[in-house]
Design a protein around this ligand. Structure first.
Ligand SMILES: C[S@@+](CC[C@H](N)C(=O)[O-])C[C@H]1O[C@@H](n2cnc3c(N)ncnc32)[C@H](O)[C@@H]1O
Length: 298
């Protein structure tokens, strides 16, 4: 081996050793508490000590990328480096999602909500729908496909209509994925026919959303606990499998803001294990499994 080759191998060996050290770094209760406090203050995500192993496995890469082998050094870093702190928050989000998740919501949306949205659009009124905590976009494109309908003729009502779907998430990589609208074969397999053949087209080793679906969607980075740059009242808000990560005070605060953002008669869809608490519960009427309507009389 040449001297240069030997140095490279030694470096690579050093890198491997460091990677192993990052992987096995001990996360003490004190460092865990510091990380949990940042997650609470920056994203309102509540981490109990039961999540120690999960945090460790998700942050091993962050340690590696910063050439660190101790959590105490990583905690010191995120306390002064805001960009790394944001990357830590992203690494600790759970982004699991899939197309047509909790299908009863979309059955309700198509049968109970869509006719009114079509009536509004025909009357030249704006229609606004928000996927809050959208992850990589499967939820918002499922809504888009419900609006477009099963074939091209069912989409004609959208021509010249002012219909917009907003998709937001705190984690930049998933927002980029939602904006791209590209899904692997295995992910796209969850889209039932005829939606998939009508509104997705094969591209490389997967499928890309059709232009008609992408044209409806705007994907943006947004922390739900920051100010919302939303002017319009929303007809429908989907915030599903997001609030499970928050404590009750954060849930109540967020749900109350959703109610304020909804138009009278607007609908809110939440995840299967979630419920409305606080002031929102008094102002919304249940109209299906984890589906609520803003009752103008309340
Ligand atoms: C499990 S995914 C849910 C995706 C989709 N709504 C669904 O039900 O399939 C939860 C998403 O909420 C986002 N999230 C968590 N805390 C957030 C916050 N404070 N602001 C905005 N998004 C947040 C995460 O980044 C993640 O992508």
């Amino acid at each position: 081996m040449s001297p240069a080759g030997g140095a490279a191998a030694a470096l690579a060996g050093g890198g491997t050793a460091m990677a192993a050290a990052a992987q096995n770094a001990e996360l003490t209760p004190r460092d865990f508490a510091a990380i949990a406090a940042i997650m609470q203050s920056d994203a309102r995500i509540a981490l109990s000590e039961a999540k120690t192993t999960l945090v460790q496995s998700r942050l091993a890469r962050r340690l590696r990328e910063n050439s660190l082998t101790r959590y105490s050094d990583y905690v010191a870093l995120v306390q002064k480096d805001m960009a790394e702190r944001a990357r830590m928050v992203t690494a600790l989000t759970t982004n699991h999602t899939h197309f047509f998740r909790e299908p009863h919501h979309f059955d309700h949306f198509r049968s109970q909500v869509l006719p009114e949205l079509k009536r509004k659009a025909a009357a030249r009124q704006p229609v606004r729908i928000w996927s809050a905590g959208c992850s990589s976009g499967e939820e918002v494109y499922t809504i888009a496909m419900c609006l477009l309908g099963p074939d091209r003729t069912s989409a004609t009502w959208l021509r010249n209509a002012d219909v917009r779907l907003l998709a937001t998430d705190i984690a930049p990589p998933v927002v980029e994925a939602a904006a791209r609208g590209f899904y692997s074969d295995s992910i796209a397999a969850a889209v039932p026919e005829p939606y998939r053949s009508t509104w997705m087209r094969a591209s490389g080793n997967g499928f890309v959303m059709a232009d008609e679906a992408r044209a409806l969607v705007t994907a943006r980075e947004l922390n739900l606990f920051a100010a919302w740059p939303l002017k319009a009242a929303y007809d429908v808000i989907f915030c599903r499998n997001v609030m499970i990560y928050f404590d009750d005070a954060a849930k109540a605060e967020l749900e109350a803001r959703f109610v304020e953002q909804l138009a009278p008669g607007g609908h809110l869809y939440i995840g299967h294990s979630e419920r409305l608490i606080g002031p929102a519960a008094a102002r919304m009427r249940g109209c299906g499994q984890t589906i609520y309507v803003k009752d103008p009389a309340r």
